[in-house]
Ligand binder design. Structure first.
Ligand SMILES: [Zn+2]
Length: 136
């Protein structure tokens, strides 16, 4: 609490608490930070409820249903917030992608999915944003 009032960003620490989705409980549970990655982020957590030790996945907020046209201005902000968490896959129109997925496009190269809308995905390739088709 004191730290927060001073504007200090709380960094994850080994043994600290974090809320994460537990694959075993199938719910968001309190977890203990069990391992950190080399960037100081959370790598593994242990569920306080069932004790299972698993990879930490950030809680994802529900996909927004707002139309792209109206949120165009805010898309840049949300893009910088999205972390590449998914596996790296080759882009295909028949494949299905989720926010945070990494893909490799024949023409554009490596990209991160930052938004999913029905049969379309917005993918960030470096600083460029492209809208591609996926299986939805
Ligand atoms: Zn659990």
């Amino acid at each position: 609490m004191l730290n927060q009032s001073l504007g200090i960003v709380k960094r994850p620490q080994l043994g600290g608490d974090v809320e994460a989705r537990c694959g075993k409980c199938k719910e968001v549970r309190e977890h203990v930070i069990a391992a950190l990655d080399d960037k100081g982020g959370i790598a593994r957590v242990e569920c306080r409820t069932c004790g299972s030790n698993h990879i930490y996945r950030e809680r994802k907020t529900a996909t927004k249903t707002t139309s792209t046209r109206t949120v165009r201005g805010t898309r840049k902000d949300s893009a910088s917030m999205v972390e590449a968490v998914g596996p790296l896959r080759a882009y295909s129109m028949q494949a299905r992608f989720a926010v945070g997925d990494r893909l490799e496009h024949q023409k554009f190269g490596l990209g991160i999915v930052i938004e999913v809308r029905a049969s379309k995905i917005d993918v960030k390739f470096g600083k460029e944003l492209k809208t591609l088709i996926h299986a939805g």
